[in-house]
Design a protein around this ligand. Sequence first.
Ligand SMILES: Cc1ncc(COP(=O)(O)O)c(C=O)c1O
Length: 500
Amino acid sequence: MEHIFHSIKLSKDSKNPLYTQLYEKIKEMIVHGVLAAGTRLPSVRQLAGSLGINQITVVSAYRMLENNKYAFSKPGSGTYVAKMLPLIRPRTPENESMLTDELYHQDDISLIHNGQIKINKDTVNFASATPNPDLFPVEDFKQALNEVLDRDKGNAFGYQESQGFYPLRESIAKILHQSKIPCSADMLQIISGAQQGIDIISKAFLNQGDYVIVESPTYTGAIAVFKSRGAQIIDIELETDGPNLKILEYNLNKYRPRLIYTIPTFQNPTGYSYSNFKRQELLRLAEKYNAYIIEDDYVSDLDFELKGFIPIKALDKNHRVIFIKSFSKIFMPGLRLGFMIVPSELLGNILEAKHTTDISTSGLIQRTFDLYIRNGFWDKHYRFMYQIYKERYLAIVKQLDENLPDSIQFMHPGGGLNIWLDLPYGFSISELVKQCAAHNIVFAPGKIFYCSSSSQKLNHIRLSFAAVYTEQIHEGLQKLAEIISGILNKQNQYRNMPVL
Ligand SMILES: Cc1ncc(COP(=O)(O)O)c(C=O)c1O
């Protein structure tokens, strides 16, 4: 426990006073689950001694944690992590649907929740990578649900097999054959969303202090899971065609990580995809250094330019890959449904971790989804969503090509739901957030997708188009480009001012 606090680094040169820096660091550990609810924080004397700072600094930081409800004190006993974390802003039916997992625990986007940036039905929302509820196939799902209730009666509500409802696993195995991954129902594990998949794998295979390799930047939900297990994260910079292989191998050799977490197709947040060469090389290196790959496939089916990337799992002859599939971006995220393909020698550990987590994914939801697939609704809905998203994708890349100033770079990802803009070094993203908010436009600042401030790059933004209507894209991006140009002009003016 103590070593977690030893790793805190405070800067005496920063504009922020030491006590607010300390408050932020401890708050981050609490929010990311590194410090569990009810944990006793070190005494003021201990922490001040180990960090080489004044006791008053620690007292002030603890007071701030208490004032903001992240901690409470027991007189004569010490300061403890709060049992329930504070809600940033009371949720209402209007803003509830706008929440995404990323929006929950990131400071910049939390501006949205604490009311400084408001989301309403007119907001041009480039921040959310989750479909709008008006696209959910409620009627077809209702029909399948009613059929299951008539057919299975009480059985739909009993405990289910932890590995998942067998007929659903059969239906999914059939779909997978079309996507070049040969697999049988026995290799599948049903999960309550991809997020749970990452959590279960970590629970099964990671011990405190184990190393995990991730891409930099990457999906914040995965970072949070690895941190919560006490893993040490090595983030490897992502190039437009995958990680730099030399740096990857150097780190594999040096740290011998248990897991490599990757999103090889239309990555979140960058939209980049691994070349086929890098997919093969990643597998070869994982075998050489005895690591397992988590392949997180959250949107490979949204391949608008027909790039035809081959899943790493399809190349996995020596059983190194745990493949995770989310249905949240095409179907309904609140159902909490996904699956994993697990190498047979790992299945026992995964099953145990799933069982201790929630015994099984809801039987009613699994049975309904199985019937939904068998009745042909899944195929129909996928085609519908593909068309909607493709239209939005084409609109967004066209607008960006036509409107963005030349100094802003971005790559056409070819698919997925995100576009990553590379702004000039020194560009003020916080000014952009503020000015866009004044015009009811929101997006995700790139810095939230990094695991540490040392690897953080400050000059990117992520534009997602899952929750933005095609009609809003044109106007929204014109305004965004105008605001970016305005900020660039102002910054250039200051740079060119004579020094007096
Ligand atoms: C890359 C990635 N993996 C996993 C998830 C979580 O998906 P699910 O809703 O299936 O838990 C997300 C959600 O945004 C994601 O972007």
